[in-house]
Design a protein around this ligand. Structure first.
Ligand SMILES: CC(C)(COP(=O)(O)OP(=O)(O)OC[C@H]1O[C@@H](n2cnc3c(N)ncnc32)[C@H](O)[C@@H]1OP(=O)(O)O)[C@@H](O)C(=O)NCCC(=O)NCCS
Length: 178
């Protein structure tokens, strides 16, 4: 059994250890540490999965801005409360048990409750489509990374279908240092 809750300062080392174990390099652990110190950080949206043995998963949502460059030029309709999901990790010895999926769903509920309009990410569509993520480029979203558009996805967090207009996503500098 796991509990899902916002991280506290006491979790920082364990959270970074999960990322170091789950990813091939320390980049994601360093990214989490850098984002915690940034203006993009939202304390309630850094969420851990905690089992009896301790922290076994973590997902981080941080703020991004969305500006001109969308399809219609309707600035007023572009999301002004947007997030990016990155990174997410589950300890290797606990992967494949559903913890990552439950952690992401819990996090997305917290994003909705906090009033955010959308979340974007880069990742495998086979995994993220199960949460409702869909290709972001057709909405007019663009990103500054040398990554395939097929992996660039958005999840709309409100029911306002008329307002689904993308734009250029600007990320915290911590992402550009990766
Ligand atoms: C991705 C991750 C967070 C999923 O957590 P999890 O607890 O293993 O996930 P769940 O048990 O809820 O779901 C397992 C599903 O995720 C898929 N999956 C696992 N890692 C994946 C990856 N890197 N890319 C795509 N799909 C992945 C599995 O194939 C499985 O799919 P299925 O349900 O169709 O069989 C975890 O596997 C992990 O930490 N991976 C290493 C770090 C990473 O790649 N993070 C995401 C970067 S986009």
């Amino acid at each position: 059994m796991c509990q899902f809750r916002p991280e506290t300062a006491a979790d920082h080392a364990a959270v970074e250890a999960v990322h170091r174990a789950a990813f091939p390099t320390d980049d994601e652990a360093a990214l989490v540490a850098a984002l915690r110190e940034s203006d993009a950080f939202v304390p309630g949206l850094s969420i851990v999965a905690e089992a009896d043995a301790g922290i076994v998963g973590h997902v981080l949502f941080t703020e991004v801005s969305v500006s001109g460059g969308g399809r219609t030029g309707r600035d007023a309709a572009r999301p002004d409360a947007a997030l990016t999901l990155a990174p997410v990790a589950v300890s290797p010895d606990r992967q494949g048990e559903g913890i990552g999926s439950r952690l992401i769903r819990h996090g997305l509920d917290a994003c909705r409750e906090a009033g955010y309009e959308c979340a974007v990410l880069h990742g495998d569509p086979d995994f993220y489509s199960r949460f409702g993520f869909e290709p972001a480029a057709p909405y007019g979203f663009s990103h500054p990374f040398d990554l395939p558009d097929a992996d660039f996805q958005v999840l709309w967090l409100t029911d306002e279908e008329n307002d689904r207009i993308g734009g250029r996503v600007t990320y915290d500098a911590a992402f550009l240092d990766l």
